[in-house]
Design a protein around this ligand. Structure first.
Ligand code: CS2
Length: 490
């Protein structure tokens, strides 16, 4: 029994329940996947696909979920034998499903050896990752591993690894010593363009510099694959109210519950080193090239999300639904898509962009999903380049400076600056930008400070800087609401 008087969700209590929410626990699969970053997104996305795939096609595809830093997920899921529920909030009604795909959990810094052993285990064929953008320590100029990152340096020096890249390299080094272990697929599920290519480069760079890494590198070349993927599902942070709702529906307390919208999508490049779950039977698309899907989603969904966070936040909204409900902000969203993002998309055969955008609008106004702008606004220093660097470069090259991307960057400057926009700043990577903003004399310096994250080409562009300066001037003269109204009218 828990403090609230309800028994905790775990196999024996779940067995007593009836109803559709109950998964079969008769033959839970053995671990075949190691997942780095067992946060809410993984639980509501890949774990759901994997549970569905196993239910339909079988296979030992249980998940060992690894928490990277904080013990919260391990403390929640450990006593529940990996069970947790997904509370799906549709526009009109909710549904709750218990997912049994997670077989075990561990906290990486507490059990580094167990993590390496798991990556080297012959029964494991796939490692998936949702570690967020900032866990890919890339040099902005070269795209290679950032050697000046203190955690990377400490991992390379042989300490218990703190970075995801160091953890992978250590596990792979062990696997390379084991004849029987077989090939391995490493699947990044983070919101980065060409996430598989990025992950491959970082793991290779790390192994090349690691003590005795030559053999591991050779093994990697022959035995590892890094498919790129596009993942999509809105997963707002779980609130106490959500947990109460789950408790009411299950009659059990679930400390690992997550909330999600009904929509979910997963596009995976068909480049696996060995066996994989039948994810396509759970609705995943397995394609030769995930690039077009990735670009469409990262720009139109995530890019517009960042606009809603900074511009909507400045206009006083606190959730996606609230920001999208503000006519000026929604008009900016439409213009950003029309003028600055859509023209930069690659050929995307089979994707109906107009229908995709219309569906995004429907997802965003779902009033029962309280997707907080603060959550989206975190880590802008990592997210903005992934979402806007390429479109901004392309628009500038086409002689069509991207006015709405410039607006987002100006709003980001206000978010990070002394006056803020009312949303808490959570972005360790933004320190250099914040320092530059503090030292700024005027709008031109502010523009240079924020544009730096979009890379040299964009930061060095005069027309781009002019646009950001223009927006900052309008904010000062007309206030955000006035500036937006005026701009969308024209
Ligand atoms: C969001 C994403 O927090 C953010 O930056 O843009 O987490 C977004 O909700 C997901 O990518 C949707 O799939």
């Amino acid at each position: 029994m828990t403090a609230g008087g309800l028994p905790r969700l775990e196999p024996s209590t779940l067995r007593r329940l009836g109803g559709a929410a109950r998964p079969s626990l008769a033959e839970r699969p053995a671990v075949g996947i190691v997942h780095l970053g067992i946060g809410a997104f993984h639980r509501a996305h890949q774990a759901v696909y994997t549970a569905d795939a196993v239910e339909r096609a079988g296979g030992d595809w249980g998940i060992l979920g690894v928490a990277q830093r904080r013990p919260a997920a391990v403390d929640a899921l450990g006593p529940q034998d990996g069970l947790f529920s997904v509370l799906e909030r549709g526009p009109e009604e909710d549904a709750v499903t218990v997912i049994s795909a997670v077989r075990d959990v561990l906290l990486a810094p507490r059990e580094p050896d167990r993590l390496s052993e798991a990556i080297a285990d012959p029964g494991v064929h796939v490692v998936t990752l949702t570690v967020t953008e900032k866990a890919y320590p890339r040099d902005r100029a070269t795209g290679g591993l950032r050697l000046d990152d203190l955690e990377v340096a400490s991992d390379l020096a042989g300490s218990a690894p703190r970075t995801a890249i160091g953890q992978l390299a250590r596990g792979i080094a062990l696997r390379a010593q084991r004849e029987e272990a077989g090939p391995l697929t490493l699947l990044s599920c983070d919101n980065l363009p060409r996430n598989g290519v990025v992950l491959r480069r970082l793991v290779h760079d790390f192994c090349a510099r690691m003590n005795g890494g030559a053999r591991t590198l050779e093994w990697l070349e022959r035995n590892a694959r890094f498919p790129s993927t596009m993942v999509d599902r809105v997963v707002p942070a779980t609130t106490p109210g959500d947990r109460e709702e789950v408790a009411r529906r299950l009659g059990l307390e679930d400390r690992g519950a997550v909330v999600a919208e009904p929509f979910r999508q997963w596009v995976i490049e068909d480049s696996f080193a060995g066996p994989r779950p039948a994810w396509e039977q759970a609705g995943a698309l397995i394609v030769p090239d995930a690039g077009p899907h990735e670009a469409v989603k990262l720009r139109l969904l995530n890019g517009t999300h960042s606009m809603l966070a900074y511009v909507g936040g400045l206009a006083g909204a606190r959730t996606v639904a609230g920001a999208w409900g503000d006519p000026s902000v929604a008009a900016v969203g439409a213009l950003l898509g029309d003028d600055d993002l859509e023209p930069t998309l690659p050929e995307a055969p089979g994707i109906d962009i107009a229908a995709y955008r219309a569906e995004l609008g429907q997802r965003w106004i779902n009033p029962r999903i309280a997707h907080r702008l603060e959550q989206i606004g975190a880590d802008g220093s990592q997210k903005l380049p992934a979402r806007f660097a390429e479109p901004a470069r392309r628009r500038l090259a086409d002689g069509a400076p991207p006015r709405w991307i410039a607006l987002v960057m100006a709003a980001w400057a206000r978010h990070l600056g002394a006056s803020g926009n009312g949303l808490t700043v959570r972005d360790p990577g933004a320190e250099p930008v914040q320092r530059a903003l503090e030292a700024a004399h005027g709008h031109r310096d502010e523009a240079a400070a924020v544009l730096a994250v979009l890379g040299e080409e964009v930061a060095g562009s005069e027309p781009m800087a002019d646009l950001v300066v223009d927006w900052l001037g309008r904010f000062d003269a007309d206030g955000i609401a006035g500036a937006l109204k005026e701009a969308v009218r024209g």
